[in-house]
Design a protein. Structure first.
Lengths: 428, 139
């Protein structure tokens, strides 16, 4: 046990916690004014839901004693045996409970990120149910594969420093699957759906960026040089991601935008996440820049070409950026930087690249198949999608009975749309 | 006051938001003491502008304007129109329009006065009106 490591990890844990409300603000600013609360709520409720699930069994499924290299068992439910002593396998110098809490914050934000693909059209309680099922049968097993003791991808030697595969690929890809099954927003493609509050987006990005130091730095699980190194690569990748995006959009549409700056920074952060503590600093510039390029084209070109409605580009940024980051780790990782890691392709080890690609494909296929089954079954059992009338009035009024900005009167839209929404009966 | 034969008319001025302060000053100078202002969107021959959000281009051709409504009676409409035109004129496309319509009746809610009396300045309040017209907004 080391008090310096423990102090650092306590703070890193709290920094990662802040990232979920940050993504709530980031997403909240991006939706239309009538859906701001519902969008924020989908992230906020996850903080309650996954915290509870993680204690009850989520942590044990992810990190508990191995079952067939696929999932943990339930021995550590209710944090049984997860106490003040360190766990030698995961983090030898900090309390096991602190490691579990740090990992809980990752589980929370992953479910928060997914919502970005399908906000503005999914009903609240079905989302709640989906989040609970998804975190239990998609996130927890894959976290075990990659990080859990005995997990099959970990045994193969996959490198995922802070969650490129587990967090960004899973959330981005699963979000897209839900978006496709639930369908496009009413009026998508016919009317502009533009962000209602850019400053809110920037505030969200600022807190995300800040929290990411805890996310990537803290993934060293100790207050050491690797943590510092991960923070350096995090900063440089975010910075160059930002520059890349505004450069590209100035070339493509003539003007640099604040939304583009925020998107570019987040793309860089996503891309660097799996490699942060494994790759040399110079390569973080390449990873961040390419992250900006691939996410930019995914968001501005791919989405329009394939005509899917990924509302806030959770797939375009987290899915695509995560895939690039995981592969880039297989290119640039170096044992000189982190002896606990491995060498990548550019340091003479092509094997690592294949392992990374295998990890990406495994996560991708698993996320697509399981998420598809879950959301498809849900749509057969209940009404997941808000109907057109509800979408016109807005999810805030229909799902929560409140408005984000009471002075912006939406009552006109309300009275206009009431006849369209049968089945909306208030019990009061 | 024997004003029942006077016509009540309404003047709607739709113009650039940035001209509003000049317009208010000009109207006050011709003793228009009341007005209703709303924020509106409109299009005419003005070109709009283009916004791009993550590659999603939005053509904005409804531009923000202000609408100033005045209901008057004893002031010659031409005086108001001339003052407003002068205050709002830039010579560029997008200066706006002025519409004049007749009003059938009016009621001053505070006193219950009807017709022209409802909208003309009351004699016992002329001191307040003079103060306001001279630009003094303190009581």
């Amino acid at each position: 046990m080391n008090s310096g490591d423990t102090a650092f990890m306590l703070i890193a844990m709290a920094m990662v916690m802040l990232m979920t409300p940050a993504i709530a603000l980031f997403y909240g600013g991006m939706v239309r004014v009538k859906n701001v609360l519902n969008t924020i709520m989908q992230c906020i409720v996850v903080m309650g839901l996954v915290s509870t699930q993680w204690i009850l069994g989520g942590y044990s499924l992810s990190f508990g004693p191995d079952l067939g290299h696929l999932v943990g068992n339930l021995d550590w439910s209710l944090f049984t045996g997860v106490g003040l002593a360190a766990n030698e396998t995961y983090a030898a110098t900090i309390p096991h409970a602190l490691f579990a809490l740090f990992q809980m914050m990752f589980a929370i934000i992953t479910v928060g990120i997914i919502s970005g693909s399908f906000v503005e059209r999914i009903k609240f309680w079905p989302f709640f149910l989906f989040a609970l099922i998804w975190t239990t049968i998609v996130y927890d097993p894959v976290a075990h594969w990659v990080w859990g003791d005995g997990g099959w991808l970990k045994d193969k030697g996959i490198l995922d420093f802070a969650g490129g595969t587990v967090i960004h690929i899973l959330s981005g890809v699963s979000g897209l699957v839900v978006a496709l099954v639930v369908g496009k927003r009413a009026g998508y493609g016919r009317m502009p759906m533009i962000p209602h509050n850019l400053p809110l987006i920037i505030m969200g990005m600022a807190f995300l960026w800040f929290g990411w130091f805890g996310f990537n730095g803290g993934s060293a699980l100790a207050a050491n040089g690797i943590a510092a190194h991960a923070m350096v690569t995090t900063q440089t990748a975010a910075g160059i991601g930002l520059l890349t995006w505004i450069g590209l959009e100035t070339w493509a549409t003539g003007k640099p935008t604040t939304l583009g700056a925020a998107s570019g920074a987040v793309s860089g952060l996503v891309a660097i996440t799996p490699g942060a503590g494994f790759i040399p600093v110079w390569s973080s510039l390449i990873i961040g820049a390419v992250g900006g390029v691939v996410c930019f084209f995914a968001v501005t070109q791919l989405k329009n070409k394939l005509r899917y409605d990924d509302s806030l580009d959770a797939f375009g940024i987290h899915g695509i950026g995560g895939i690039w980051g995981a592969i880039a780790t297989g290119l640039f990782a170096s044992k000189e930087i982190n002896p606990a890691g491995a060498d990548g392709l550019f340091f003479g080890n092509i094997e690592q690249l294949w392992i990374q690609i295998l990890g990406v494909l495994a996560c991708l296929v698993f996320a697509v198949v399981v998420t598809y089954i879950v959301i498809k079954l849900m749509t057969l059992c209940m009404r997941v999608r808000a109907d057109e009338g509800e979408q016109i009035v807005g999810m805030d009024t229909m799902e929560h009975g409140e408005r984000g900005y009471a002075y912006m009167d939406s009552l006109g839209a309300l009275s206009f749309s009431n006849p369209l929404t049968e089945g909306c009966k208030h019990k009061l | 006051m024997g004003t029942s034969d006077k016509k009540i008319y309404r003047i709607e001025i739709i113009t650039r938001p940035e001209r509003l302060e000049d317009l208010k000053d000009a109207l006050r100078a011709v003793r228009v003491t009341g007005m209703t202002v709303s924020q509106v969107y409109g299009c005419g021959l003005s070109t709009g502008f283009r916004e791009v959000y993550r590659g999603q281009a939005v053509e904005v051709n409804l531009l923000p304007k202000v609408k100033v409504e005045i209901v008057a009676c004893e002031i010659d409409p031409d005086i108001i129109i001339e003052a407003a035109t002068k205050a709002c004129h830039t010579g560029q496309i997008g200066d706006g329009k002025i519409f004049v319509t007749e009003v059938a009746d009016a009621v001053r809610i505070r006193t219950g006065e009807r017709g022209p009396a409802a909208i003309m300045d009351r004699q016992e309040e002329s001191a307040i009106v003079d103060k306001r017209v001279s630009g003094n907004y303190k009581d």
